[in-house]
Design a protein around this ligand. Sequence first.
Ligand SMILES: [Zn+2]
Length: 239
Amino acid sequence: MHLFCHDHPETLGVETQAVEFQPGRIALAQSPFYPGGGGQLADQGVVRWSGGEAKVVGFEVAGGKVWHLLDTEAEIAGAVEALVDPEFRRKMRQLHTGTHILNAYVFQSFDGALVTGVQMAADGTARMDFDVPGADNDRLRALEGPINDAIRQNIPVNFAYIGMSVAQAEHGLIRSRSVAPPPTPDGKVRIVEIMGLDRQACGGTHLTSTGDSPPLRILKIENKGRHNRRVRLGLAENP
Ligand SMILES: [Zn+2]
């Protein structure tokens, strides 16, 4: 699914129209919200219309349509202003970009190890599970240095759409089934590239440059069975 926020991650407010309304939910002609998925939490924010304002409390994606779930059943029609909470989005973009940087170094240092799960949290932390049989946890912990070097180097982050069959043929591009986005209706997949460091299929929102993130800390490493390691990382609150 191709979302407005994929191409315009900096546009957090749009003036648009209600295209369909049901009590407690609305579909919009254009929406700046990320509805969640791939381990990234859905955006928070509000919609405003001539009759008032409602909090967006969740999303439901069905039949190519994004329903915005609201904290009111008041009827909404006509012009709507849709506004994403900027702080929350910024934190998710930082955290999400951080998971790519961690992923890049694990992929490089542990023989192309794959991600088996990822989940970001509202408190600015995330967990990533990797399939790294017999990994030395100290080696994983030591990735904190290179991760913060990559943030300091302020590396540009770009994206492009390529054909699904081309993507599947490039080793390492589909890093995990659980985080790879579904292809667009014309069979393309979105590739996010931290220039010179990492390139992978992803449908979330990211920074446009790594330097827009505070430093990251590796908080904890847990063994999840013989194969999997769970790495917890977090944005340093007071860099
Ligand atoms: Zn991503």
